[in-house]
Design a protein around this ligand. Structure first.
Ligand SMILES: NC(=O)c1ccc[n+]([C@@H]2O[C@H](COP(=O)([O-])OP(=O)(O)OC[C@H]3O[C@@H](n4cnc5c(N)ncnc54)[C@H](O)[C@@H]3O)[C@@H](O)[C@H]2O)c1
Length: 277
């Protein structure tokens, strides 16, 4: 089987697919044969990604959804199931990450309560509600794969983005709950813990100096690219990963794999001219 056909016959929903990593994932899943529900609060973004997929010979349905609304989530799931007849893959990718959200999500004493509520509502409650409405469809098929996008912020303490971090930590638990609850009925559920990926939307506004600080903590020569995330989602969506469930897989260039002392130690050793301890 080639990559062009490994998802043939499968139907996927990608939330937050109008931009960034979700858009790239939608494109890659479609290129591998999946029919894709391209869901986003930004209808124009979803329509443009779906049009690109169709122009490349794939099949896609743009759907507008605000993940803060259970009614809209229900309607999104029904629209995709009605159009394509089944749902095999759910990628809970969307997150509230616009500039206004990030700037008001700070340390605990200074996080705006609206930013806290929005992060938990969109990132966590939204993903849970997507599962609530997609899992029954997968249970009827007795198969399905759910992928949650989380972050190193959900694992490691940091000085800002308190609400985002809590929302992403919760997704790791949610991924395991779904795996434990529905695994015997053929549903797999995994989380990917993503490192810093420069995309065309949220992260392009991050100052260069911060990118360099983060790059020093990745073990790879470069920060991530959307395609590197999309390829892992496609693998988890495919039957090639059929024995992987309940896992949180770092897709982070080693960001969460090493000692916090590594970077200053490296600099120290360079100054000393040796790494003898
Ligand atoms: N880019 C990174 O470095 C990075 C790092 C770690 C984790 N992640 C995770 O990857 C995922 C994608 O991130 P990204 O960088 O592509 O962000 P992005 O801001 O480019 O994309 C997020 C998408 O979610 C949509 N969205 C926001 N609120 C919504 C709502 N209420 N309902 C429906 N859609 C909504 C946005 O319109 C947007 O299209 C997120 O879950 C993020 O936490 C990204």
């Amino acid at each position: 089987m080639t990559h062009a056909t490994r998802l043939a016959g499968k139907v996927a929903i990608v939330t937050g697919a109008g931009h960034g990593l979700g858009a790239e994932t939608a494109r890659v899943l479609a290129a591998q044969g999946a029919k894709v529900g391209v869901a986003d609060i930004d209808l124009a973004g979803a329509q443009s990604v779906a049009a690109e997929i169709e122009a490349a010979g794939g099949q896609a349905l743009p759907v507008q959804v605000d993940l803060m609304s259970e009614d809209q989530i229900k309607a999104m799931v029904q629209a995709v199931a009605a159009r394509f007849g089944r749902i095999d893959v759910l990628h809970n990718n969307a997150a509230a990450l616009d500039m206004a959200q990030r700037q008001s999500d700070r340390d605990v004493c200074n996080v705006a309560i609206e930013a806290w509520d929005r992060a938990l509502d969109v990132n966590t409650r939204g993903a849970m509600l997507c599962c609530k409405h997609v899992v029954p469809v997968m249970l009827e098929q007795r198969s399905g794969s759910i992928v949650f996008s989380t972050s190193g912020f959900g694992l490691l303490g940091d000085v800002t983005l308190t609400a985002y971090a809590a929302s992403k930590a919760a997704l790791m638990a949610l991924a395991r709950s779904v795996a434990a609850q529905y695994g015997k009925q053929g549903i797999r559920s995994n989380a990917i813990m993503i490192g810093f990926v420069v995309n065309d939307h949220a992260q392009k506004s991050v100052p260069e100096e911060i990118k360099q600080i983060l790059l020093a903590q990745h073990l790879t020569p470069e920060l991530g690219r959307p395609r590197q995330i999309a390829d892992v989602v496609a693998f988890l969506a495919s039957d090639e990963s059929s024995f992987i469930t309940g896992a949180t897989i770092p897709v982070d260039g080693g960001f969460t794999s090493h000692s916090p002392a590594m970077v200053p130690l490296k600099e120290y050793f360079v100054r000393q001219g040796s790494n003898k301890l």
